[in-house]
Design a protein around this ligand. Structure first.
Ligand code: AMP
Ligand code: ZN
Ligand code: FE
Ligand code: FE
Length: 281
């Protein structure tokens, strides 16, 4: 029997990925993955399509989302898992994020236009299915118009934090996000702690009521993951993992390149199934 691997972190066309939710499910199935969660940025709209597709292939799927937040001035990503798919707290919070993003994107486009780089909101899709729009979509549009050579260059020159066309947008705090996730009975996980530079911010996060930490992350070698796994285990947290697959827009992160084992996936799956039952009752 092949090894149990469940990838708990990937993005579909509902945010900044290039595969539709159904295509991700089919890819996970064809790669022989044993479980999956699709964690789009600030939206759970993937699940309308992903749930029936996963059932068709008998692929265990648990709900997930990657929320954007700030701790002080530092951008942080939080993963939420195993909430009921129709949890009102999560749905409302996603709507709030969508409004925040729309206003912020318009602010960024205005700054770019002032520099002579005119992009219309309707030009921001990465694929025809793109739904929740963020800076990667703006970077992609700049690249398509030949205004930058690469997505990285768009961030470096214009839209990266602190650059001339950067707009922070409304801020949502980590604490508010944690509260929403827990009200929806989801599990709250610190996403890719490897990418947090500030020791002060990290220390603050580790004192909050998280349920887990993403110890296994696609871009890092096992030795680099070890530190986060140890930190999580010491707190009795769930150690999650995933590839952060985005499709061809980030070709170096294949689906299944990071994963959790059966024991961890079962904890999340049981939590999800109990929640779903409670909502149905
Ligand atoms: P947003 O949520 O709209 O602020 O966009 C954040 C996303 O942009 C992150 O999740 C990354 O995928 C991507 N990103 C941030 N910084 C860079 C960078 N320097 N180069 C390429 N992608 C980046
Ligand atoms: Zn992304
Ligand atoms: Fe992230
Ligand atoms: Fe991600």
């Amino acid at each position: 029997m092949s090894e149990f691997r469940a990838d708990l972190h990937c993005h579909s066309t509902c945010s900044d990925g290039t595969l539709t939710p159904a295509e991700i499910v089919r890819l996970a199935f064809s790669k022989g993955l044993s479980g999956l969660s699709i964690t789009d940025h600030d939206t759970i709209s993937a699940y309308a399509e992903a749930i029936p597709e996963a059932k068709k292939h008998n692929l265990p799927l648990i709900t997930g989302v990657e929320f954007s937040a700030v701790q002080g001035e530092t951008s942080i990503h939080l993963l939420a898992y195993s909430f009921p798919v129709n949890a009102p707290d999560i749905t409302e919070f996603c709507q709030k994020h969508e409004k925040r993003r729309t206003d912020r994107n318009l602010g960024i486009l205005e700054k770019l236009a002032k520099k002579g780089m005119v992009i219309l909101p309707e030009e921001l899709k990465i694929t025809e299915h793109s739904h929740v729009i963020g800076r990667p979509h703006i970077a992609f549009a700049l690249m398509k118009k030949g205004l930058v050579n690469s997505i990285q260059q768009a961030f470096q020159l214009y839209i990266g934090e602190g650059r001339s066309c950067y707009v922070p947008g409304d801020k949502v705090t980590v604490e508010e996000t944690l509260d929403v996730i827990h009200r929806a009975k989801g599990l709250a996980i610190i996403a890719h702690p490897h990418l947090i530079d500030s020791p002060k911010v990290l220390k603050q996060l580790l004192e909050l009521e998280f349920d887990g930490i993403e110890g296994y992350y696609g871009r890092f070698q096992p030795a680099q993951n070890e530190r986060w796994v140890e930190i999580g285990l010491k707190r009795g947290w769930i150690i999650t993992g995933g590839s952060d697959f985005h499709g061809e827009i980030k070709p170096n992160l294949p689906l299944g390149s990071s994963w959790v084992n059966e024991q961890t996936f079962t904890i999340l799956q049981n939590h999800f199934e109990n929640n779903t039952k409670m909502m149905d009752e």
